[in-house]
Write a protein of this length. Structure first.
Length: 262
């Protein structure tokens, strides 16, 4: 059902099961899949795909041109993957040609009110962004990570899987997987123990991650020294390997605790 006050361009593809509230604007080259529910005053711009089962609340704006001085009007896209919730006043911008051309919000995300996802960002499955969370361009957020309210993340940064960033944080470097980070500038505060337990990580995996974290961030070792010691002393479970690979692949540098060695 589409409310009669909503404007839908004939070039949009909208599944028959979609519900769209009053005073929305749906532009051409928009694709909206089955069982999507869209509230009042929502704008969905050109080259946006909304997959099945999503819920978009009032006044959200999806698919606008990126806030980039380099953008020249080229065809770029936004994809909001299935079963994701976008709350009131959420804004998501299209990608840029120089950044891959695509902004992607992963499956089963919960993006709370007034949050912003900028051009060329990619979020994994099950990501939660609390109110007023802000992602600058080219950011990658791993599966089941949580971004606290009023938190801003610098462009090109990465946030690893199952990480938790506390509210009102300013993130200027990569946040490793499985950790808690908070503050201005954000610092590490240990493993995300509660989150790991809630997501069903085994005791064996949690113990291995605890040892890995301690060696990386508590002993005053360089990163290379710490990784060699981890390989010698810790069982290399998939979670440990993922932690090491994230550290080694960082280009911005990794967030650490206060006073910890770079």
């Amino acid at each position: 059902m589409i409310h009669p006050t909503t404007i839908v361009d004939p070039g949009a593809e909208i599944d028959a099961t979609v519900q769209i509230g009053p005073y929305c604007v749906i532009e051409k080259d928009v694709i909206i899949g089955p069982n999507v529910i869209i509230g009042a005053h929502v704008t969905i711009d050109q080259y946006t795909t909304i997959e099945e089962g999503c819920r978009i609340f009032h006044h959200a704006a999806i698919g606008a041109a990126p806030q980039s001085m380099k953008f020249g009007g080229e065809k770029t896209t936004v994809v909001v993957c299935k079963n994701t919730v976008l709350r009131e006043f959420v804004t998501i911008h299209r990608g840029t040609a120089f950044g891959g051309g695509k902004t992607e919000v992963g499956e089963e995300n919960y993006i709370m009110a007034y949050s912003h996802i900028a051009h060329d960002c990619k979020t994994g499955r099950g990501v939660v962004m609390a109110n007023n969370g802000t992602l600058a361009g080219h950011i990658t957020i791993g599966d089941f990570a949580t971004v606290g309210g009023l938190t801003a993340i610098h462009q090109f940064s990465r946030v690893g899987e199952y990480a938790f960033i506390g509210g009102k944080s300013a993130v200027s470097k990569d946040i490793p997987p499985y950790v808690i980070a908070a503050g201005d500038r954000a610092k590490l505060h240990g493993l995300n123990k509660v989150g790991l337990k809630r997501h069903g990580f085994s005791l064996e995996a949690r113990d291995a991650l605890k040892k890995t974290y301690r060696i990386l961030f508590r002993l005053g070792l360089t990163q290379n020294e710490a990784i060699e010691r981890i390989k010698a002393e810790v069982e290399l479970l998939p979670e440990v390997k993922n932690f090491i690979e994230f550290m080694q692949s960082s280009t911005r540098g990794v967030t650490r605790g206060r006073g910890q060695r770079e």
